[in-house]
Design a protein around this ligand. Structure first.
Ligand code: ADP
Ligand code: MG
Length: 700
């Protein structure tokens, strides 16, 4: 259409419309054909346009329906619960998931209070969060325990936003999800971590981890406690600061971390403690690697083996002590055996020398020679007596003693023994327990210890004698092989002399062990002391360091009961004579002859028998009274004790005197005499023999 045409259409259309509009007022004017055609065309176009619009509307409507349905599907079936709450917490609407989470039908949910579905204990959380939400309008997220309608509890995660509803009232939109599974997993993880941490810390071994530079990244409580550090003090520091250089150097750590040196397994290291002391540990190293296999550090367990080491040393010490005492035992048996026979011979030498002296004019040189023989025999007898003491073959007559009294009585003699340059200190314990020991043995112990102390002091010095009460329990005894728990009386002798090396201490009690010059020491002093202490079921202990002096501690068992009056030696000094009849029994013929000779010279009638059988025959045949049986203890046929019993039926008033180099447990229990039994130690001097015989005859 041209512009001219368009304009004519426009004019045409206007005219036609005027004609149509004037219809009511003016008579109808007919439309020209063009005009009618034009209007019809316009109408058709309009109709088409309308239809097109309708079509669009329907399409949009359909799309809208689909979207709406999809929205509701999304909304209702979303994996989380949605709901809208009023400001007061009433549920205004909710999706299906929310209803399912709370365990109710959606219909029943609306208008319910949300707090109905929150565990009582956690409701405060909700109230607080709600207050904040409406006050600040900032979205809130929190966790709390919720309650299904059937009472099951679950952990809910709430994300809440504040908004307004269509009417402008404030509401809260909530997204709710069930996080129970996550919470449980978290709990489990937490528990596992706690358990691991506890195990890590409570483990009986020390444990630490290093990073790739050798710095401490973790360290457990045991290791901290062992070394005396706090975690802050150890973490971040290099491991070689805590380990003895020779056991683990910086270089070694770095080489291990570089993989060029293997990690240590089952090896001993020395750790430094904070206080500067050292402890031995047994370690296991393990390399730590990341996923690619690169070394990222080292993990080390370390077991404190101080106790273990100590126990091992203790064991070695005890074994050594045991060996020592076994050695002493066998040396003792040997020495005892020799001493016994030797003793008999000495008796013969001594006796004959004495008899001979009595028959020689003192002016003759022979008299002096015999006197020398006697002196030598007496000195030898002293030595054998010491050996017998060591071998615990010394016959003793124990008495209940107050040790303080016994020691007190010896002080004068001891002072003379040690000389004037040495100060003797005496420290008696006030309420000392009694002991039951032969007092002459205490004399021997003290004399030996004091002489040794004197020899250890050059020039001026001090010797201290102390007594005390001591109780040993199991623990005290654990460290000493020979100690037995119980109550003991202590006798200690200390000096500030030269002291001893360990090597000397190891052999101290062995007979003939001496460090003194030839002719100066016999090496029997301490052997004697040892034997005496053993015989009395006691212990002996030495503490000594070179140049620090020495202390000998002797423990004798406490005697239960009262201390009696220490009986002094009963033998009178002067020889006493008599006229009684003595039945003498001795299998060693030289002693038998000698003894008969001596007794006869004292005025006695002697019936000499060399066997128990002969003695019984003689006793039976003898018409007069026999006053005294004097018999050896150990004889081939029958021991002295049994013989005495047999003879008592023939001569009920028979007094008995036993003689022996040792007792061999025959007349005495472990060398200890019953009270009232008389005993003569071989070898004996004439004087001793005469005195003991007289004493026995005069006894009750
Ligand atoms: P002896 O005195 O005859 O040498 P002992 O058996 O009495 O024999 O002593 C053995 C050794 O023990 C001595 O030679 C000496 O080395 C050492 N000894 C004993 N007592 C002491 C002491 N108090 N101080 C230092 N050493 C001692
Ligand atoms: Mg000595």
């Amino acid at each position: 259409m041209t512009a001219k045409q368009t304009e004519s259409h426009q004019t045409l259309r206007l005219r036609a419309e005027e004609k149509l509009a004037s219809g009511a007022a003016a008579p109808k004017q007919a439309l020209s054909l063009d005009e009618a055609n034009l209007l019809l065309h316009d109408l058709q176009v309009h109709q088409i346009e309308l239809e097109m619009q309708n079509e669009e509307l329907r399409r949009v409507q359909a799309e809208l329906d689909v979207a709406r349905a999809r929205y509701f599907d999304l909304y209702d079936l979303a994996p989380v619960g949605y709901c809208t709450l009023s400001e007061q917490g009433l549920i205004l609407e909710a999706n299906l998931t929310a209803a399912a989470l709370l365990g109710v039908a959606r219909g029943a949910l609306v208008k319910q209070r949300i707090t109905r579905f929150i565990l009582k204990e956690d409701q405060d959380i909700y109230y607080l969060q709600r207050k904040q939400l409406f006050e600040t309008s900032a979205p809130q997220a929190y966790e709390l325990r919720m309650l299904k309608k059937d009472g099951t509890v679950f952990w809910g995660h709430v994300a809440a936003t504040a908004t307004q509803d269509a009417d402008g009232a404030p509401v809260c939109r909530v997204v709710l999800s069930d996080i129970t599974a996550r919470k449980q997993a978290e709990d489990e993880l937490h528990q596992r971590e706690t358990r691991f941490k506890e195990m890590f810390d409570d483990a009986p071994v020390g444990y630490h981890e290093l990073d790739a530079e050798g710095r401490m990244t973790r360290v457990n409580r045991t290791e901290l406690a062992t070394l005396g550090y706090s975690a802050e003090e150890m973490l971040g520091r290099h491991v070689w600061e805590f380990v003895d250089e020779k056991d683990l150097s910086r270089k070694a750590v770095l080489e291990k971390l570089a993989g060029t040196l293997p990690p240590g397994r089952n090896i001993e290291r020395t750790y430094w403690k904070k206080d500067g002391t050292r402890i031995p540990v047994l370690v296991q190293d393990r390399l730590l690697r990341d996923q690619d296999g690169t070394i990222t550090g080292i993990r080390t367990t370390a077991q404190d083996i101080t106790e273990h080491k100590r126990a091992e040393e203790e064991k070695a010490k005890l074994e050594n002590q045991l060996q020592q005492s076994q050695k002493m035992e066998s040396v003792g048996r040997l020495a005892g055996g020799v001493a016994h026979d030797f003793n008999n011979m000495l008796g013969v030498i001594l006796g004959h020398a004495e008899l001979a002296i009595g028959q020689v004019d003192p002016a003759l040189p022979l008299h002096a020679d015999l006197t020398e023989i006697r002196k030598a025999a007496i000195r030898s007898a002293d030595l054998t007596r010491q050996l017998l003491a060591f071998a615990r073959k010394q016959t003793v007559a124990p008495k209940v003693l107050d040790l303080n009294e016994t020691v007190g009585g010896m002080l004068k003699m001891l002072k003379r023994l040690i000389g004037e340059d040495i100060d003797l200190k005496w420290r008696p314990e006030a309420d000392l327990w009694p002991i039951k020991v032969d007092p002459s043995q205490i004399d021997q112990i003290l004399a030996n210890l004091c002489v040794n102390a004197r020899d250890a002091i050059s020039g001026v010095g001090k010797i201290t004698i102390e007594t005390g009460n001591s109780t040993f329990n199991e623990d005290d005894c654990a460290a000493h092989a020979e100690f037995i728990p119980g109550e003991y009386v202590l006798l200690a002798v200390s000096d500030d002399g030269c002291g001893m090396e360990k090597e000397t201490q190891a052999h101290l009690f062995e007979p003939f062990f001496t460090t003194k010059a030839l002719g100066k020491g016999t090496g029997l002093g301490l052997a004697t002391v040892y034997g005496i202490v053993k015989q009395n079921n006691g212990f002996i202990n030495v503490y000594s360091e070179p140049n620090q002096g020495t202390t000998f501690k002797i423990y004798l068992p406490r005697h239960e009961g009262k201390a009696g009056q220490a009986q002094t030696e009963g033998a009178a000094r002067s020889a006493q004579r008599g006229q009684e009849t003595v039945l003498l029994v001795e299998d060693e013929s030289s002693i038998l002859t000698l003894t008969s000779k001596i007794l006869e010279r004292q005025g006695y009638t002697v019936l000499a028998a060399s066997t128990p059988g002969q003695a019984i025959r003689m006793a039976r045949e003898y018409v007069g009274r026999i006053h005294l049986l004097m018999t050896d203890v150990v004889m081939p046929e029958m021991n002295g004790r049994t013989l005495a019993k047999n003879l008592l039926s023939l001569h009920p008033h028979l007094k008995r005197l036993f003689m022996s180099g040792y007792t061999a447990d025959v007349i005495a229990h472990h060398g200890v005499l019953d009270e009232g039994v008389h005993f003569l130690q071989k070898p004996f001097s004439i004087e001793r023999l005469a005195a003991t015989v007289r004493e026995t005859l005069d006894s009750e």
